[in-house]
Design a protein around this ligand. Structure first.
Ligand code: MTE
Ligand code: LUZ
Ligand code: MOS
Length: 763
């Protein structure tokens, strides 16, 4: 089945926030944000701005009727800066005007004087100064202290991974429309309607029941709207609350890039020990997460870094510690993979460094240590592994030996172009790591003409969730998909929802939808049994038709719906789903946090131009654990999209803040994302189909985030190409591997100069 949105997407008819028809009298918002990363506000002069044409009012922190607080996990983030600013881009004042242009013009006339305070941009410096968001956490398995003695090779090192701009095509935005009796409706481009509702209640000091949040779809979220859509919705809600007028705010791309947080950059130290058989015996890692100026989702992201610190490998002795470090950057936030990729990069670097030392391909170490079913993760969960299945299938199907031979032959024959190959096995846990967040609800109405309306907690953001939910409803009721309509995500219909995130939304919302449909089906069967004077067990609804004792009747589905209505039987169900069996003990740092894991292996080949440092990704060949895919077209799309986003993070996307905490890469002219020319020339995706029981909806495993992890392999493929040209190059493990860094590494001559070159390119 095709994505149900394809048709309106390509015709430009899909409704995004900026397409919502406006109510008469709508006003426009624009935020004045801090030009300084850290300091005390001495004065704020808004006189000239207030006198600009079209300006209705300017709000500041003192206009907030409730708490000036948008922090989700920790209450440490003001909506509008009161006395201090903590990052460049922190909202200070909110201008409301009769047009978008007038609001933006007035913002330019606001003058602020800020007494500057010291600025920290580096997480290690923050940690030294005790600037931690939460106390550090350590995951332990076995006993690393004693295990080092059993190792034949011990390698130490450090790594850097940079942030990543979400670059959803639709920027952040919201539209608040006042309703009767003090209620308000907020249209928000958010992954988390309930987060918007809860925070609005706190800001406006009114109960959640007065706030309706409605989301039709997002033009991409990628985690950037899991938490950080809330701020812009609050701006509209605050202004509309005071002015009793509809207020809209769609951010300009440069406002969005400057004011919102990104993927967390990480700095890390590792120590890895192997025995003669290339078994990893022990692994110690310390992560320094650059959280930015407030907690946002950083504690949860940090937790997932720890969960995924051993990637797809079994390591018997592990000690992993993570620090969430407070710096003066915009608060960093969820981004596809949610800290997992940052954790996995470090062990891949450790393996690559060990392989370099041993003068063997990293793949020999990788393969030797793949997780098997029954192995224990450092957090206590026992693996149900497909790691070897994926790896072996990839090696065989794509003939990795031949691929490596081709690379070697090419490198022997070419002086100024070199190829590199790397394998990247992945493992990603499915479930929110906070157990209580793993719940969802669905509301299903069968109308008495036989058509069906479905609402869930899930937000469509391009990942194809609505199509999958529609498939679940149609398949469970055994009716034609054209009868089913998926409705907007709305807090009046579905309450207390988790954000659409963690790749879990088709599982959670799909299962809730399945439960609701089954309950209605049960009642319809009873209605049919009564009418046909038989038992419900004799009734079947199949392909829009009623069957009794296996024989087709003259009742179509809609007749059955009508009869049930006439018999006064409810055609509506509101179902709740919470996956069983998951828990986590934070004191012991042990438990069974994930309903299941997703595995896969990618083989990546690249070609670098050794005169210019530029490169191409030749091919990415993947075997991915889809379980039993319920929608291969969508799942391939998720796989390709995630892969390319991961390659972008690892190779070309370079976020640059200066020492004063100002974003230099603040527009699409200075921040390069993959385009059609930089995607791999060939992508092959093989579905590892397994018939094993799991908790995925229709056994179709979650697919949203895991494929991003394949992109990590592109970094190592590029390194291998560089060392084919310059075998003694000692390149720092510092991602992204931009063309600039490739060029520096190609011509670095002594180890000293080389590491300097690496450092220079990273600043
Ligand atoms: N795909 C598209 N097209 N747009 C997006 O914003 N977000 C990703 C992934 N795929 C995203 C996407 C992220 S970060 C997540 S967590 C999942 O989709 C969320 O949706 P799911 O739970 O339905 O997989
Ligand atoms: N969000 C969250 C997530 O709150 N918890 C998670 O575990 C998670 N994982 C991935 C993406 N978003
Ligand atoms: Mo995705 S980072 O869970 O929104």
């Amino acid at each position: 089945m095709k994505n149900i949105d394809s048709y309106t997407h390509v015709r430009g008819e899909s409704v995004y926030l900026d397409d919502i028809p406006l109510v008469n009298g709508t006003l426009y918002a624009s935020v004045f944000d801090s030009p300084v990363a850290h300091g005390k506000i001495k004065s704020l002069d808004m006189t000239e701005a207030a006198g600009m044409p079209g300006v209705v009012r300017i709000f500041t922190a003192k206009d907030i009727p409730g708490q000036n607080q948008v922090g989700g996990i920790i209450a440490d983030e003001e909506l509008l800066a009161d006395k201090h600013v903590h990052f460049c881009g922190m909202p200070v004042a909110l201008v409301i005007a009769t047009s978008d242009e007038a609001a933006k013009a007035a913002v330019k006339k606001i003058k602020v004087v800020i007494d500057p305070l010291p600025v920290i941009t580096d997480p290690r410096e923050a940690k030294e100064k005790g600037e931690l968001i939460i106390p550090p956490r350590t995951f332990r398995l076995g006993d690393t202290e004693n295990a080092w003695r059993a190792c034949d090779l011990i390698i130490e090192g450090n790594t850097e991974t940079n942030g990543q701009e979400h670059l959803y095509i639709e920027t952040q935005g919201a539209y608040a429309v006042p309703q009767e009796n003090g209620a308000t409706r907020i249209y928000s481009s958010t992954q988390g309607p309930t987060a918007v509702q809860r925070t609005a209640a706190r800001i406006l000091n009114i109960p959640m029941s007065l706030i309706e949040v409605d989301t039709t779809r997002l033009g991409g979220g990628f985690g950037g709207k899991e938490d950080q859509a809330t701020t812009w919705a609050m701006m509209c809600a605050l202004a509309s609350f005071h002015l009793k007028k509809p207020v809209k705010y769609c951010l300009h791309r440069m406002e969005d890039m400057r004011m919102t947080g990104k993927r967390h950059p990480y700095s890390a130290d590792f120590k890895i020990g192997l025995n003669k058989d290339l078994k990893i015996i022990a692994y110690e890692v310390t992560f320094y997460q650059n959280a930015g100026a407030a907690a946002d989702l950083s504690p949860a992201v940090m937790e997932r870094t720890l969960f995924h610190c051993t990637n797809s490998y079994f390591v018997p002795h592990v000690k992993a510690t993570a620090y969430s470090c407070r710096t003066h950057l915009p608060p960093n936030t969820a981004f596809r993979g949610f800290g997992g990729p940052q954790g996995m990069f470090v062990i891949e670097a450790a393996i690559a460094k060990a392989a370099e030392q041993l003068k063997i391909p990293a793949s020999q170490i990788q393969q030797q240590n793949l997780l098997r079913s029954g192995d224990e993760f450092p957090y206590g969960q026992i693996a149900q592994s497909e790691a070897n299945e994926c790896w072996n299938k990839a090696a065989e199907l794509y003939d990795v030996k031949k691929l490596q031979q081709e690379v070697n032959d090419f490198n022997a024959a070419n002086k100024l172009y070199k190829k590199g190959l790397a394998l990247m096995p992945i493992c990603f846990g499915i479930s929110f790591t906070k157990t209580h967040m793993n719940q969802a609800r669905a509301l299903v109405h069968v109308y008495n003409d036989g058509s069906v309306g479905v609402s869930t907690a899930g937000v469509e953001m391009g990942q194809g969730l609505n199509t999958k939910i529609l498939q679940v409803a149609a398949a469970t009721l055994s009716i034609d998909p054209s009868r089913v309509k998926i409705n907007t995500t709305n807090t009046y219909r579905i309450a207390n929802s988790s954000p659409t995130a963690a790749s879990a939304s088709s599982d959670l919302n799909g299962k809730a939808t399945e439960l609701a449909c089954q309950a209605i089906l049960q009642r319809l069967k009873q209605v049919a049994a009564d009418a046909w004077k038989t038992k419900p067990e004799a009734v079947e609804i199949k392909d829009d038709w009623l069957y009794i004792d296996g024989k087709k009747t003259d009742w179509p589905w809609n007749e059955l719906a009508w009869v049930a209505f006439e018999k006064r039987v409810s055609l509506t169900e509101h179902a709740h789903y919470a996956p069983p069996g998951i828990y986590f003990d934070n004191k012991k740092e042990k438990g069974h946090p994930f309903t299941y894991h997703v595995y896969g292996t990618a083989i990546i080949t690249t070609t670098i131009d050794c005169l210019r440092g530029i490169y191409e990704i030749d091919s990415v060949k993947i075997v991915h654990d889809f379980g039993k895919s319920m929608n291969p077209i969508i799942d391939i799309g998720q796989c390709e999209g995630g892969l390319v986003q991961g390659i972008g993070w690892m190779t070309m996307e370079e976020i640059v803040y200066d020492k004063e905490g100002r974003l230099k890469s603040n527009a699409l002219s200075t921040y390069k994302v993959p385009d059609i020319y930089s995607v791999p020339k060939e992508i092959a995706i093989h579905f590892l189909e397994t018939e094993k029981e799991n908790l995925a909806i229709f056994r179709s495993k979650a697919v949203g985030e895991p494929p991003l992890l394949y992109g990590i392999g592109a970094y190592f493929a590029l390194r291998n190409a560089v060392t084919a040209f310059n075998p003694t190059a000692s390149i720092p493990y510092d991602a992204p591997m931009t063309p600039e860094k490739v060029l520096m590494s190609l011509y670095a001559t002594t180890p000293n100069e080389k590491s300097k070159a690496g450092q220079k390119s990273s600043t």
